[in-house]
Design a protein around this ligand. Sequence first.
Ligand code: SF4
Length: 331
Amino acid sequence: MLAVENAHVTFPVAQTKKWPWSPPGIVRAVNGISFELAAGKTLGVVGESGCGKSTLIRAVAGLTPLEAGNVTLDGQPVDYHDRASMQRLRATMQMIFQDPIASLNPRMTIREIVTEPLTFFKPEMTPAGRQDAALAMLDRVGIPQAQANRFPHEFSGGQCQRIGIARALVAGPKVLLCDEPVSALDVSIQAQVVNLLKELQREMGLAIVFVAHDLGVVRHISDDVLVMYMGAPMERAPAPELVRAPRHPYAQALLSAVPVPDPSVRITPQMLEGDLPSPMDLPPGCLFESRCPKAMPKCRDARPPMIGQGQHQAACLLLQDALAEASMPAE
Ligand code: SF4
């Protein structure tokens, strides 16, 4: 349903100009991300704040320009400069945003907010048909139809996120991009929203990209997980396998910090020391080298590629060495 190949996103930074005529610096926010996603499946994208995961899905949605890379949606390449291609993308792919209240127009009732996408994407529907479809969608996400004439500020954060989900899904998209949709909500509300998304995915066969910095939430909803660091892929694996046996030291550190809801279990999060490299001056070697507890001198020389067996892949020289050792004939 969705394939992203070698995506790169950069931003010019004018503040770093020494002189008015100096060229602006370049922040490399996304560095060579590739993934494929089938209908009815969820890809979780995790990493620390600032690792480029939101930028990645904003670029896929066409909200931020891709510097390089290809996106294929439902078997057809996306041309972000072509109006017809963008209309098809908007009808097929929708997005849920991190701040549920800021993502809704405060001057529109929630009935108008949820009806608006139908005006664009289903012009063949009658106005009465659109109203009925919007009310049914609000009902489906747990907002009573009697409240349809209220404004967003009259709802809680969790309810606003449900309205955002209704707006995204009312016109029947096939792909849903979720940009940290539960990070602004209480833990109990997070579970409700995640379960609602899973139910809707089953009913509508949605392909979902779910971005979060909380690996605990991501592993609950995802079929596959992609771990990002400094805009680059560090590890990709089916969610249960990544949780059971993470191979990249960064994924291991992230997992060690996930809380376990059992007071008898002692958690000792792995603390990462060292500084992050500057996104304006990325090192030629492994991007995680400055913080990696297992770093070796050769890690500074060249960036490790994503390698592995089957669907479990990681970008680490330790894994490369282990695979080379395993493939050597016994003496
Ligand atoms: Fe650590 Fe080296 Fe693996 Fe990078 S390649 S994660 S520095 S061991």
